[in-house]
Design a protein around this ligand. Structure first.
Ligand SMILES: Nc1ncnc2c1ncn2[C@@H]1O[C@H](COP(=O)(O)OP(=O)(O)OP(=O)(O)O)[C@@H](O)[C@H]1O
Ligand SMILES: [Mg+2]
Length: 440
């Protein structure tokens, strides 16, 4: 009976392995739809486009596949288990059947036969267990494959051996002949965690930054302007080393950022991104993310500085108000001011603001402008802004165009020059009332 145990186990094992692989694939697809489409902003988009029906249909078909494959896998497992039991029973039956003839012939005693049958059953039990274990192991290997795929995924940004800490930085930022191209999607995604459609797409064949050199002296505020897609955000993300340059180098205080520990580099840099993120937690906890041991007075100071104090004080729960996607939904401007408050608590040497004032109305903008001016004093700042009021206060303006620095100078110099900056200003002032107001 032994071969009957071993041969099917191997085949069933590999079949179950295929099923398990497919099962994890369809599960991942269903989960990625849930996290991507059915989160708060995704669901809102679905509703606004009236596509709920289509999404339900797609989800339905994915959920059905998950169900079907679950049933198939369970059926295979059960049938195999029952078959094993059957083979065991047949073995015992054969012992009794053949043995009975020997007993009748008087070759062995009835007692011997019963003992033999009991022993055979005993041997079958561990054999069945082993065969099952083998099948279980083969399916578990599929999980291992996926776990190892994640563990083996190369980390694109790592501290190099012997990286040094950035100690008491003065805030000198040097961007030296930087060329930059985003890594290909396939290089930065783990295949088994994504829906198949997320990894197709050609490698980017375009340098976002072609050759950019820029030195920001300690304490200087540089405004980065340029048309949408000109690479402002990309350039700013190279300073905290969210990406590595393709060519050239970015230096902070004279150290190439690749020679510094990421921990110390990022401790020195504060970023308010284009779309600041708040965790689903209280306002206080979101603020303390920058400084876990901040006192209430420090929170107050930071919030006053970012002109968000009155708004928070007006909430029934104050700092204990839950925010984030599932909590109190802050407006875009409030979110940005909270992000600025968080940055003030962090108190970094280098500040990077990506259109930090774009969501604010004129009055609020003036407040935040005032707060920023205070906050930026004595710090190195790279400010990406479209609004004239922000740009005008900068020590220097750098105009980015097509991955190159097109112009640089003060507001008056650039206007007098009549180049790209002046042209963009004119175009902007003709369609935006508040910009005209500032121009006056
Ligand atoms: N993660 C990414 N992978 C590949 N390409 C990207 C990625 N992020 C941005 N890009 C591309 O790089 C270019 C520059 O984008 P970037 O976000 O730096 O522009 P920007 O100047 O900040 O524009 P905006 O003023 O609209 O914010 C764009 O063409 C964009 O499509
Ligand atoms: Mg941007």
């Amino acid at each position: 009976m032994l071969p009957i145990f071993i041969i099917p186990a191997r085949r069933v094992g590999s079949r179950l392995q295929t099923i398990a692989r497919e099962q994890m694939g369809v599960n991942a697809e269903m989960n990625s739809q849930m996290t991507e489409r059915f989160n708060v902003s995704g669901a809102q988009l679905v509703k606004l486009f009236g596509r709920a029906g289509d999404e339900v249909e797609v989800f339905d078909s994915r959920a059905k596949r998950v169900r079907d494959i679950g049933i198939t896998s369970a059926m295979y497992g059960r049938v195999f288990f029952v078959a094993l039991g059957l083979v065991g029973a047949l073995g015992a039956a054969a012992v009794y059947g053949v043995g009975a003839f020997f007993v009748v012939d008087g070759d062995i005693s009835g007692g011997t036969l019963v003992t033999l049958a009991a022993l055979v059953t005993r041997v079958y039990q561990p054999l069945t267990g082993l065969t099952n274990a083998r099948v279980d192991l083969m399916t578990a290997m599929v999980s291992f494959e996926r776990v190892f795929e994640v563990l083996d995924a190369p980390e694109s940004i790592v501290d190099r051996p012997g990286a040094v800490d950035l100690i008491e930085p003065t805030g000198l930022v040097e961007i030296d002949h930087v060329r930059f191209r985003y890594p290909a999607a396939a290089a930065v995604t783990v295949r088994s965690l994504e829906a198949p459609s997320a990894i197709v797409g050609a490698d980017p064949d375009r340098d976002v930054l072609v050759d950019v050199s820029l030195t920001i002296r300690p304490g200087e505020t540089v405004a980065l302007v340029g048309s949408s897609g000109s690479g402002k955000t990309s350039l700013a993300s190279l300073v905290p080393r969210l990406y590595d340059v393709s060519d050239g180098s970015v230096r902070v205080d004279g150290h190439d950022v690749r020679d510094l520990t990421q921990q110390s580099l990022r401790a020195a840099i504060g970023v308010v991104s284009q779309d600041p993120h708040l965790f689903h937690d209280t306002i206080g906890a979101n603020l303390r993310y920058a400084k876990p041991d901040a006192t209430e007075a420090e929170l107050d100071d930071a919030c006053r500085g970012a002109r968000i104090f009155d708004m928070i004080a007006g909430l029934p729960d104050g700092y204990d108000t839950m925010v984030g996607e599932r909590g109190y939904r802050m407006s875009g401007g409030e979110k940005q001011r909270l992000a600025i408050a968080r940055l003030l608590l962090k108190n970094p040497t280098i500040m990077i603001l990506d259109e930090a004032t774009s969501h604010l109305d004129n009055e609020n903008e003036a407040h935040v402008q005032d707060a920023l001016e205070h906050a930026l004093r004595g710090r190195t700042a790279l400010v990406i802004a479209h609004r004239l009021s922000t740009i005008r206060d900068a020590d220097r303006i750098v105009v980015l165009d097509g991955g190159l620095i097109a112009e640089e100078g003060t507001h008056d110099e650039l206007v007098a020059r009549g180049g790209l900056y002046a042209a963009q200003l004119l175009a902007a002032s003709s369609d935006s009332a508040d910009r005209i107001a500032v121009l006056d």
